[in-house]
Design a protein around this ligand. Sequence first.
Ligand code: HEC
Length: 93
Amino acid sequence: MNRLMIAVASICIGLPSANADNSVITDGKALNDENCVRCHGSELYTRPDKRVASRKKLSTQVRFCKDQLQLPWFDEEVESVAEYLNKEHYHFK
Ligand code: HEC
């Protein structure tokens, strides 16, 4: 899918209008709050037996979850959420 098709698809399924001008949302907190907290809160990111063990794997996991949810995110959006989760919870170097 090219950018335009993704943007059109986003509009059709009623995502926030910030997507309508083809700009990429890079506010990781807003993306996370909007899409990611209905199944698990931050307790998952800080539990003793958490699965994510490196900054790189954090990006992989975010990508996996957004694919499961079929979110039309660009790489920049995946990265901004991973970066937000890292800053808030994981603290990888
Ligand atoms: C449909 C429910 C659901 C939604 C919505 C969801 N997740 Fe998850 N997520 C899960 C489940 C289930 C696990 C695995 C829990 C386990 O391993 O016990 C998980 C695990 C994770 C982990 C790994 C936590 C660890 O163990 O270190 C991360 C990071 C994560 N999700 C990020 C996200 C992000 C980012 C989003 C938004 C794009 C998201 N999740 C949305 C269900 C969801």
